[in-house]
Write a protein of this length. Structure first.
Length: 221
């Protein structure tokens, strides 16, 4: 049995509430930047987004979604054909392999319907917790904390976690915020990471949270 994390302290919860309120105020319209019209499309787009910008993925997916409609279509796609369509997203051979494997599982185990629980999604070949939580929160409206590279970096700088392991960071954020905030919070942290809290050097002078952020190495313009 996995070791249970300690409950958040009153001080940690107060800091998290302050950060959360500031994020919600700064990014009220934060949402998933990937274009999709159903859970399968979001699953495919999220797999493609690894090591790639959402803008690039959104340029690739219209043709992809027109050609392949069902999980079985992706599973049966010749590897070379699928690879050519997604080549510009990078790591296209691995991504094509992951897409075909995940869609094969969906077609064979779930009659073509993308499963709706974290456990079932993570059990799909080529699908990890980040992808699963993206699909849960944005396709099914079920709470999920997405820990991508932006969330990992920004949550550390904001003092919301001391961990570096994505799953531990996910657990830290889940104990600091109520489930109804998990999906929006993920988007807000991602927006902040893309706009101001960049790697390797943040643009603190542009950050809407600069006055309450505890990061000790704040930068000046």
């Amino acid at each position: 049995m996995a070791k249970q994390s300690r409950p958040a302290t009153a001080k940690q919860l107060a800091h998290a509430r302050q950060i959360g309120a500031a994020l919600a105020q700064a990014y009220p319209g934060a949402k998933c930047a990937l274009h999709f019209s159903n859970p399968l499309e979001l699953l495919i787009a999220t797999i493609l987004s690894a090591q790639c910008t959402d803008v690039r993925v959104n340029l690739v997916t219209p043709a992809l979604f027109t050609k392949y409609k069902r999980a079985a279509d992706y599973a049966a796609a010749p590897p070379g054909e699928l690879e050519k369509l997604i080549q510009s997203t990078g790591f296209f051979r691995n991504k094509a392999k992951a897409i075909r494997a995940a869609c094969r599982d969906i077609a064979e185990k779930y009659s073509g319907a993308v499963p709706e629980t974290l456990e079932q999604l993570c059990a799909l070949s080529g699908v990890g917790r980040k992808t699963a939580n993206v699909v849960l929160g944005n396709a099914f409206g079920r709470p999920g904390v997405v820990v991508d590279t932006h969330v990992l970096r920004v949550s550390q700088r904001l003092g919301l976690t001391r961990n570096r392991d994505p799953e531990k960071i996910e657990q830290d954020l889940m104990r600091l915020y109520p489930p109804e905030r998990w999906t929006a919070l993920s988007h807000e942290l991602i927006y902040l990471g893309r706009s101001a809290c960049k790697a390797p050097k943040p643009r603190c002078w542009e950050c809407p949270l600069r006055e309450i952020c505890p990061y000790p190495k704040k930068t000046k313009q």
